[in-house]
Design a protein around this ligand. Structure first.
Ligand SMILES: O=C(CO)[C@@H](O)[C@H](O)COP(=O)(O)O
Ligand SMILES: [Co+2]
Length: 220
C-alpha cells in the first residue's frame, strides 16, 4: 500500500482553518480530531466545523472521534461529508452497528485503539472496518512524545491484517515525526497522522513530502 499522510489540524491555527487546509495540497487526508471533554480531557470541534471544512477544501476529511458516545454521533460525521470516520473501541457500545452505519453512508469506517487496548480481541471486527487506528500517544492532546512501546502492537496488527487479506489500512496517530515515522512504517503502518510535525514546520507541504519519503523508504 502506498504511504498516506494525514496532517492533523489540531496543530493548525483554528482561526484560519481554510488557509491551513490549503497549505497542505499534497496531503492525502486532513485529520480532524473531535474531542468532547468526556472521552478525553480536551474539547476541540464538532459537526459545524466539519461541515464548514468540507466546503472549504477538496482534501478528504479523516474524522477521529474521541467522544463518549460515538454510536450516537458517528453517522452524522459521515453525513457531513467526512471521507473516513473512526470510532474508539473503548467508547463504542455497539461498534458493529455503528461501523456498518458509517459504511452505509458512503464513508470509510475506522476503529481506533488507545495505547492500553490490545488489538487481538477486535479480530472479529476486521471485516467491518476499512482502517485500524493505533494511538501511539494517549488520546487527548497533540505534541506528545511517541510511545515506542507501541511498535510491537503495530507489528501484531499488521500481521493480523495480512491474515485477513491485507485490505485494511493501518493508521498510527500521535508523536509521528521525521524521527519516528520510519520505525512506524517498518513495523507495518501505512497511514500516518502528523500534527506538530506538519503544522509546526515552517513549510508544512515540504514537511509532508519529507515524511512521505522517509516512510516509503522504510515500508516493506
Ligand atoms: O488524536 C490525536 C491526539 O489525541 C492526534 O491526532 C494528535 O493531534 C496528533 O498530534 P501530534 O502528536 O502529531 O502533534
Ligand atoms: Co487523531
Amino acid at each position: 500500500m502506498a504511504v498516506q499522510i494525514s496532517p492533523s489540524i489540531l496543530a493548525a491555527d483554528f482561526a484560519r482553518l481554510a488557509d491551513e487546509a490549503a497549505a497542505v495540497p499534497n496531503a492525502d487526508w486532513l485529520h480532524v480530531d473531535v474531542m468532547d471533554y468526556h472521552f478525553v480531557p480536551n474539547l476541540t470541534l464538532g459537526l459545524p466545523v466539519v461541515e464548514a471544512l468540507r466546503k472549504a477544501t477538496a482534501t478528504p476529511l479523516d474524522c477521529h472521534l474521541m467522544i463518549a458516545d460515538p454510536d450516537r454521533w458517528a453517522p452524522a460525521y459521515a453525513e457531513a461529508g467526512a471521507g473516513s470516520v473512526t470510532i474508539h473501541a473503548e467508547a463504542a457500545k455497539a461498534p458493529v452497528r455503528t461501523l456498518r452505519e458509517i459504511r452505509s453512508l458512503g464513508a470509510r469506517a475506522g476503529l481506533a485503539l488507545s495505547p492500553a487496548t490490545a488489538v487481538e480481541p477486535y479480530e472479529d471486527l476486521l471485516g467491518e472496518i476499512d482502517m485500524l487506528l493505533l494511538m501511539t500517544v494517549e488520546p487527548g492532546f497533540g505534541g506528545q512524545k511517541f510511545l515506542d512501546i507501541m511498535l510491537p502492537k503495530i507489528r501484531r496488527a499488521r500481521a493480523l491484517i495480512e491474515r485477513h487479506g491485507g485490505r485494511i489500512w493501518l493508521q498510527v496517530d500521535g508523536g509521528v515525526d521525521a524521527e519516528t515515522i520510519g520505525r512506524c512504517a517498518e513495523a507495518g503502518a501505512d497511514v500516518f497522522v502528523a500534527g506538530s510535525a506538519v503544522y509546526g514546520a515552517a513549510d508544512p507541504a515540504a514537511a509532508i513530502d519529507a515524511l512521505r519519503a522517509t516512510a516509503a523508504s522504510q515500508s516493506g
